[in-house]
Design a protein around this ligand. Structure first.
Ligand SMILES: Cc1cc2nc3c(=O)[nH]c(=O)nc-3n(C[C@H](O)[C@H](O)[C@H](O)COP(=O)(O)O)c2cc1C
Length: 257
């Protein structure tokens, strides 16, 4: 058969298509892998940042190493406040769980101050070697969902750090939630008062009074962004209220004596 037969022309074209398809598939797989890794890295960075590792990260610390050396992932059943093995700790995705009615519960209207509608039954949290906890929180902002982590000391009330890793607030206004100077207000604040009542709140910018009896549970809101400040307050108060982590944190406090 001559080299320029119709059959050979089609055969070469076909083989070329097969080779190109394989290359495109491989490239896509590498990209998906890379995207998944970058997503995981971002979560690790956020968890570490919430727990006060910003300086070590900024100084070039290896995020994966810092994370693996210091954080243990655990799953909390928010209904009971206990750790659970109902889902696989290594693969459970709390955000993806929202798409699965079996893994979510409807939030009763009287509790739904953060405008979430439903939440996952199980929370994927991180526990440090010292027993401190880093908890995922999310809810409605002014322009879209806000997702972040808040770190608490093992007393279950003292804030170690707070950071959002995703939101759609306006740069210069609501997006100032990312401003390190604003975030610096959070460490040391108390989520609950001495009687165990939910106390943390965000007040309108300029209304914070350092001498008020509740100053250690009060955050000064963002200037020019009262709407976002109110949303942040509601997100935090939902998650530390009865329908969020209150039971888990009461257990944590009780276990630590
Ligand atoms: C285009 C546009 C975007 C805005 N984005 C935000 C925002 O992300 N967060 C926020 O709280 N306020 C935002 N605002 C302002 C709010 O409408 C509101 O005026 C502000 O939250 C009030 O804050 P203040 O009481 O501190 O002035 C935006 C306003 C405009 C016109």
């Amino acid at each position: 058969m001559s080299n320029d037969s119709t059959f050979k022309t089609f055969l070469v074209a076909f083989l070329l298509c097969v080779v190109c398809s394989i290359l495109v598939c491989l490239a896509a797989l590498v990209r998906i892998d890379r995207e998944a890794y970058n997503k995981q890295l971002e979560i690790r960075r956020t968890v570490l940042a919430a727990d006060g590792y910003q300086d070590k990260i900024a100084a070039g610390g290896d995020i994966d190493k810092l994370f693996l050396d210091n954080m243990e992932r655990k799953i909390v059943d928010l209904e009971t406040g206990q750790y659970t093995t109902a889902v696989d700790v290594a693969t459970y995705d709390q955000r993806a769980a929202l798409e699965n009615p079996e893994l979510t519960v409807k939030i009763p209207a009287e509790f739904d101050i953060a405008g979430m509608g439903r939440r996952a039954k199980y929370a994927a949290i991180y526990v440090t070697k010292d027993g401190d906890v880093i908890l995922p929180i999310w809810g409605a902002g002014m322009w879209g969902q806000m997702h972040g982590y808040i770190a608490l000391k093992k007393d279950g009330s003292t804030v170690k750090g707070f950071t959002f890793y995703e939101h759609a607030e306006t740069p210069g206004l609501g997006a100032e939630v990312d401003n390190p100077r604003w975030k610096a207000q959070w460490p040391g604040k108390q989520i609950y008062d001495n009687s165990g009542k939910l106390a943390i709140k965000v007040v309108k910018n300029g209304k914070y009074n350092p001498n008020a009896p509740d100053a250690n549970s009060t955050i000064d809101g963002l200037a020019g962004a009262t709407v976002t400040s109110i949303h942040v307050k509601e997100i935090v108060r939902y998650w530390f209220g009865e329908h969020g982590y209150a039971k888990f944190l009461a257990e944590l406090k009780a276990k630590r004596g």
